[in-house]
Design a protein around this ligand. Structure first.
Ligand SMILES: *[C@@H]1O[C@H](CO)[C@@H](O)[C@H](O)[C@H]1NC(C)=O
Ligand SMILES: *[C@@H]1O[C@H](CO)[C@@H](O)[C@H](O)[C@H]1NC(C)=O
Length: 211
């Protein structure tokens, strides 16, 4: 549910409700909290620190939403005394890093495709079209370029949480039932014992009477 839908829900409540002001405020607070929670992605714990990504829904109904983490540092920036040295473990960070933007790419010379006629003499059209899409992302170059971009299928966190809760509830219910059943059995056993005792006493009485 996006924030747009949340606003619609609230508008609907305001138009149709005859609740008093207090309840409207309470509902608003609850709804806005819900909306924030739903639009944020999960937090991933890494050994360097926590990160959260962004959910991207492709403009194509055949493609599912993906959770994108852009620009995750995986080593210290190879600059200064670290230039041309093997990668060094990155610094830890505190708090949640929001991985929502690309970092610079490593320095490289990009093919010149400004003159398409000229470019097509050197490469097939497929490659030209691919480069047209790719090059804008390679403009921001820097030696400080040791970053990862990770794309993962978006997880329906909401649904997963719901399913977990339901499973837990079912388990609890089953445990409850088992306990109830045990109690019923115990009670039955007690009753039977009592009955046995009673019958025993009755028999003893009879014996006494007979004597
Ligand atoms: C290039 O990368 C730097 C460092 O991450 C960033 O501050 C800057 O905004 C980027 N520039 C562009 C045009 O994306
Ligand atoms: C592109 O390159 C072709 C072939 O070299 C040349 O004839 C043409 O004038 C160039 N176009 C532009 C806009 O520079």
């Amino acid at each position: 549910m996006g924030s747009g839908e949340c606003s619609y829900g609230l508008a609907y409540l305001l138009l149709n409700n005859r609740l008093d002001y207090f309840w409207v405020l309470l509902i608003f607070a609850t709804l806005s909290e819900l909306c924030v929670a739903l639009s944020a992605t999960r937090t991933i714990h890494t050994k360097y620190g926590d990160i959260s990504g962004v959910i991207v829904t492709p403009d194509n109904r055949h493609l599912d939403a993906v959770e994108v983490f852009k620009g995750i540092p995986y080593a210290s920036p190879p600059v200064g005394s670290l230039r041309f040295m093997p990668p060094v473990t990155g610094a830890l960070w505190s708090g949640v890093k929001v991985a929502d933007r690309f970092s610079p790419v490593c320095p490289q010379r990009l093919p010149d495709i400004s003159n398409e006629t000229l470019a097509l003499k050197k490469m097939p059209r497929g490659r030209l079209e691919y480069l047209k899409r790719l090059l804008p992302y390679l403009k921001n170059q820097s030696e400080d370029c040791l970053y990862l971009n990770i794309y993962a299928p978006a997880q329906e966190e909401e649904e997963e949480n719901k399913r977990k809760e339901e499973e837990e509830e079912e388990e609890k219910e089953e445990e409850g039932k088992e306990e109830e059943e045990e109690e019923v059995e115990e009670m039955k056993e007690k009753e039977e014992e009592e009955e046995d005792e009673e019958e025993g006493e009755k028999e003893k009485e009879k014996e006494r009477e007979e004597k």
